[in-house]
Ligand binder design. Sequence first.
Ligand SMILES: [Zn+2]
Length: 199
Amino acid sequence: MNIILLGAPGSGKGTQAEKLAKYFDIPHISTGDILRNSTDPRIQNILSEGKFVSDDEMIELVKKRLAKEKNGFILDGFPRTIAQADAIKSYPSKVLYFKIDDELVKNRLSLRRTCNSCKAIYHLENKPPLHESKCDLCGGILTQRQDDKDVVIAERLRIYHEKTAPLIAYYAKEGSLVEIPSDGTPEETFKKILARFGL
Ligand SMILES: [Zn+2]
């Protein structure tokens, strides 16, 4: 079972990736992990200088990693371009596209608060802390991450749509796109995925 995940920031993609990895007992592979775990000194150099790895290099790294997985994988954060999608065409995959309204993403992310000490995540509506702006677990101070501020979210969504639209069209044409409405709870979304797999 090969699964590719597409979804906006705040779509719950990461949570579903973890659930799927457990359910199917296959690894959740993110490009961030591949880069961090690379032993290639050249790649480590690029990262330590805060630069980006080129499209071609990323493709090589991902292909090398996928070749090791005999029972399947869940790929997260790749492909981001049509060239990357072409490069892994030899792995027949289901492409889960987590569909969610931008307004809901903004609501989810802008009400999110993170503990400064233990990094626990709260949501002012869905998972409020017992005491305002204080972490239930460690008493740390809860703040809004820079990433979760409204203007930043709007820009992240704009870039996401611009980059992902061609991939959605690509996989829809190929017939491997599976649209998952992602506006419910994580449990509801997971049930929808399993249903689409006939489970
Ligand atoms: Zn805490």
